[in-house]
Design a protein around this ligand. Structure first.
Ligand SMILES: Nc1ncnc2c1ncn2[C@@H]1O[C@H](COP(=O)(O)OP(=O)(O)OP(=O)(O)O)[C@@H](O)[C@H]1O
Ligand SMILES: [Mg+2]
Length: 316
């Protein structure tokens, strides 16, 4: 059986602003129905990539296909299949929430009911309020509502929940899950790594205009990055060890400690945020190439690194 064509396909995408290579050869696919999180530090090139795919910016070179069309040449019928939440809209809005959504619903062949969309972003109490009188987070919810009013096949969300309070973010996640269940393809950028972990099927990490990792949320950073870390304090010295069997290690440490509880004991499972930070730091400050590595010791606790004396580092 042949695979259906990807919703988004990008090959060696490049964008230069003068001498700056904002995108420096990025390639990825997003399958239909998938939620793909594009992650990366400020200035990495996320909005540039998204806006090229939305047809808002020209690319310098490379190939891009969005729902079977080159986004540089997409017509009205193509645009009607997209939902777009830009990073910043800059609109002040001298109309009410309800008026704005009704107005935009009129541009689409198959819009969602306005009241349903208002409820899904939790703005029922504000539907007759002028948009300029809304709080920042409430305005952002209007942006999200405008992104989904046209019942899009493909939804672009560029930092959609910036300014949302925690409760609204959870509500937004529910909304995204229901859109996913309906089969909507979603390209999301966010600086909230828990958001990416909760919503994303796959993620791509972009830094300096390059894709430095891509994969399912569980695979980002590779298997070793997810090995739990046991931390404890031994006679005033902080120690840590990665191990796939933390309980075995802790039991051995307690036994060696004469059955006494360990000071400062922690077992940490690296989150997507921990792994992301390591990947970006490794990209930004690459370690000098090692000519000869230390021998790897495979102990019963399958440690991937030996206990580290962090006291000097802490003293700095
Ligand atoms: N119109 C422009 N003219 C010149 N440089 C630009 C323009 N737009 C973006 N850039 C530069 O391109 C780089 C990538 O910007 P982009 O907005 O894509 O980053 P981003 O990953 O979305 O960052 P953020 O997380 O802050 O939103 C940055 O260095 C930015 O300064
Ligand atoms: Mg951006």
């Amino acid at each position: 059986m042949t695979k259906p064509p990807a919703a988004v396909s990008v090959r060696d995408l490049r964008k230069s602003y003068g001498k700056l290579n904002a995108l420096d050869g990025v390639s990825f696919d997003i399958e239909r129905g998938e939620t793909f999180a594009l992650l990366g530090p400020n200035g990495a090139g996320k909005s540039t990539a998204i806006e090229i795919l939305e047809g808002y910016r020209d690319r310098t070179s490379g190939e891009a296909t969005v729902l079977g069309t080159d986004p540089g040449r997409g017509g009205l019928a193509w645009k009607a299949q997209l939902g777009i939440v830009l990073q910043s809209t800059g609109e002040s809005g001298n109309v009410t929430v309800h008026e704005q959504l009704t107005h935009f619903a009129g541009f689409y062949p198959n819009p969602r009911p306005v009241d349903e969309v208002i409820a899904s972003v939790g703005l029922e109490a504000k539907e007759r309020t002028l948009i300029r009188k809304l709080s920042g987070g409430q305005r952002r919810r209007v942006d999200v509502a405008l992104g989904i009013i046209g019942n899009p096949t493909l939804l672009f969300l560029d930092e959609p929940t910036t300014g949302f309070d925690p409760e609204s973010r959870r509500q937004f996640w529910e909304l995204i899950r229901s859109l996913k269940d309906e089969g909507t393809t979603i390209l999301l950028t966010t600086h909230y790594l828990d958001e990416a972990a909760n919503l994303g099927d796959r993620a791509g990490i972009i830094a300096g205009g390059r894709l430095i990792d891509i994969g399912t949320i569980d695979a980002i950073g590779g298997a070793d990055a997810r090995v739990p870390l046991v931390r404890w304090v031994d006679r005033g010295v902080r120690r840590e060890q990665r191990t796939a069997e933390p309980a075995t290690l802790v039991a051995a440490l307690v036994r060696d400690n004469g059955g006494v509880e360990l000071d400062g004991l922690e077992v940490v499972r690296p989150s997507l945020e921990d792994i992301y930070l390591e990947l970006v730091a490794a990209y930004e400050h690459p370690a000098p190439e090692r000519v000869e590595g230390p021998e790897r010791v495979e102990g019963p606790a399958a440690s991937t690194s030996s206990a580290t004396d962090l006291s000097k580092e802490n003293a700095r």
